[in-house]
Design a protein around this ligand. Structure first.
Ligand code: AP5
Length: 232
């Protein structure tokens, strides 16, 4: 399956994507993580991207499209992918349409995680990530690690993202409203869009997302790498 997961910052895209990708046996591709890898490497692309990310703005389309296109061309996406955080504007949506058309494939579904902005700010303010594997996501109140400051999965040190300051989150929300929200209309017009409420527990939301793509949670095949979404 080829799925796009969209929604405002802090909606829980990364949290859900880890579980959904495991349930559907597809690659989780996060545009934000790909860009942060370039930032960590200190590449020219990474240095340029970092300026925009720290300001809560979108990284220029040319750079983001290049990074995502290169990732989608790798052989491990043949069974499908879950694209998290891309496309984020209409230019990127049209670029993705073109990339898929060139390879003779198309999207199966677009899931839009819906959440009130007040909850976004609470979620982002408390978010902590594993420094060894950014896919392991915690929250100081909603899903705290068993040992404070340490990842339950691999023991890595937890850290706070430098674009998670409240003022930056509010800027990211403004950018979402003005640039990313129109992408929803693009996919609604293509008959691909399902809105999924992102309120409730992680397992509850996962069940809704699986139902939206026509899969039941009993089809879960491999959750070994992901923390149990029920938190037990
Ligand atoms: P990116 O990394 O994509 O960030 P984002 O879209 O702003 O989303 P977040 O990662 O903040 O949140 P999320 O929805 O994944 O939520 P999470 O699961 O972590 O992008 C960062 C930056 O990179 C952008 O600002 C931009 O500069 C650049 N960028 C990225 N893609 C780009 C593109 N396509 N074009 C241009 N620039 C791009 O959850 C949040 C917290 O809530 C966690 O602590 C979690 O534990 C908790 N939580 C999750 N689910 C629940 C629940 N059900 N109940 C309670 N708590 C929950």
């Amino acid at each position: 399956m080829r799925i796009v997961l969209t929604g405002p910052p802090g909606a829980g895209k990364g949290t859900q994507a880890v579980h959904l990708a495991a349930c559907l046996s597809v690659q989780h591709i996060s545009a934000g993580d790909l860009l942060r890898e370039h930032v960590d490497q200190g590449s020219a692309l990474g240095r340029n991207a970092r300026t925009h990310m720290l300001a809560g703005l979108l990284v220029p389309d040319r750079l983001t499209i290049e990074v995502v296109e290169e990732r989608l061309a790798r052989p491990d996406t043949v069974r499908g992918f879950l694209l998290d955080g891309f496309p984020r504007n209409l230019v990127q949506a049209e670029a993705l349409d073109g990339i898929l058309a060139a390879s003779g494939s198309e999207l199966d579904a677009v899931l839009d995680l819906e959440i009130p902005e007040a909850e976004v700010v609470r979620r982002v303010a408390g978010r902590r990530l594993c420094s060894q594997d950014r896919r392991h996501i915690f929250h100081v109140a909603y899903s705290p690690p068993e040992v404070a400051g340490r990842c339950d999965v691999c023991g890595g040190e937890l850290y706070q993202r430098d674009d998670d300051l409240e003022a930056t989150v509010r800027r990211r929300l403004e950018v979402y409203r003005s640039e990313t929200a129109p992408v929803v209309g693009h996919y609604r017009a293509q008959g691909l869009l399902t809105t999924v409420s992102a309120l409730g527990g992680v397992q509850e939301i996962l069940d809704r997302a699986l139902a939206a793509v026509g899969r039941g949670q009993d089809e879960s095949q491999d959750r070994d790498e992901a923390p149990d979404p029920s938190g037990s």
